[in-house]
Design a protein around this ligand. Sequence first.
Ligand SMILES: NC(=O)c1ccc[n+]([C@@H]2O[C@H](COP(=O)([O-])OP(=O)(O)OC[C@H]3O[C@@H](n4cnc5c(N)ncnc54)[C@H](O)[C@@H]3O)[C@@H](O)[C@H]2O)c1
Length: 352
Amino acid sequence: MKKTRVGIIGCGGISHFHMNGYKELEAEGRIELVSCCDIDSGKVAAFAEKYGFPRHYTDAAEMMKNEELDCVSVCVWNSAHKDCTITALRGGANVLCEKPMALNAKEAQEMYDEAKKAGKLLQLGFVRRFGEDAEAVQKLVSEGTFGDIYYAKATYLRQNGCPGGWFGDKKFSGGGPLIDLGVHVIDLTRYLAGCPKPVSAYGVTYANLGMHRAESEMGWHVEEGEHPYNVEDLCAAMIRFDNGLTMSIEASFNLNIEGDVGDVQLFGTRAGTSVNTLRVLTTKDGRFITFTPEGEHSFRFGPAFGAEIRGFVDASEGKAPCKAPAEDGVWLMKIIDAIYESARTGVSVEIK
Ligand SMILES: NC(=O)c1ccc[n+]([C@@H]2O[C@H](COP(=O)([O-])OP(=O)(O)OC[C@H]3O[C@@H](n4cnc5c(N)ncnc54)[C@H](O)[C@@H]3O)[C@@H](O)[C@H]2O)c1
């Protein structure tokens, strides 16, 4: 049987997690690692050697012209997602693009349209959908445990946690903790609630701490010529959905808080839960009760990426439906655009 031919664009931090997943599939004889690409020639050469890619490139268009690839992971910084994804789709590959889908909804829509035109799969790197915690909660949702989920709280708060470099430079990242961290928990919440359509958002952003910390020992030092730090520290927002669900979201790179906090909480007509602890809070025979479902339900980064890559290859081979389709990436970018627009204007923004 022909092996699925795999390539990767962007050989930085997150690409190694994609590679762990591909290496597992290579060991099973399902895929062939064909070529990798990064604009940094030293980095891509070392990457090719480390993972055993026979060929490497510094230009994605050249790679797609020279190679026949079935599956391509796009792991570049956010501002390059659109061009690299479209290049890979036009070159005939199915694409797994890292989150956030793009800098904004307009770019995301172009990527979505291109995938449709090319007749190729475009999956989003919503890795939280592939966690054992998400699977356990989704099972409870499908059993009707929570009833109608009408309120949800998504949090991803870091005390002092901008990854630095391009992540703090809006031109490359599109924004701060909302687009980088918030995107994970907004998507997970929406996914667990059955992917309702967002209708409006009201949000605020603050940039009080990071700008100063950037020049202090508490953060990172910005050398001349390096990326400026110009993104928000904190974003808080309320998102309304067409099925009556309201979601609150808080995400920060910098906040005067004791340590880092992250969770997704769902509140339904029958029960509520926190994804982190996966305790179900409900009532029975006139009493409040709490129970913990059996089985594994923690979020583990490595296994979740393994499941994401396996899911991508399965979907590209037509063996399973895609669990994180491009359509949901576009909705997420519409939500993010609306929150930033609301923070700028001070009024609630409609989402269409
Ligand atoms: N799913 C997750 O949990 C998760 C975690 C971290 C990062 N990410 C996402 O992964 C992406 C990459 O993040 P990272 O931390 O690996 O960044 P990084 O800076 O470590 O790596 C990005 C790489 O892309 C390369 N690159 C940029 N433009 C390119 C182009 N046009 N062609 C080829 N290579 C190009 C850079 O040279 C760099 O090596 C981002 O979109 C980020 O949001 C996702």
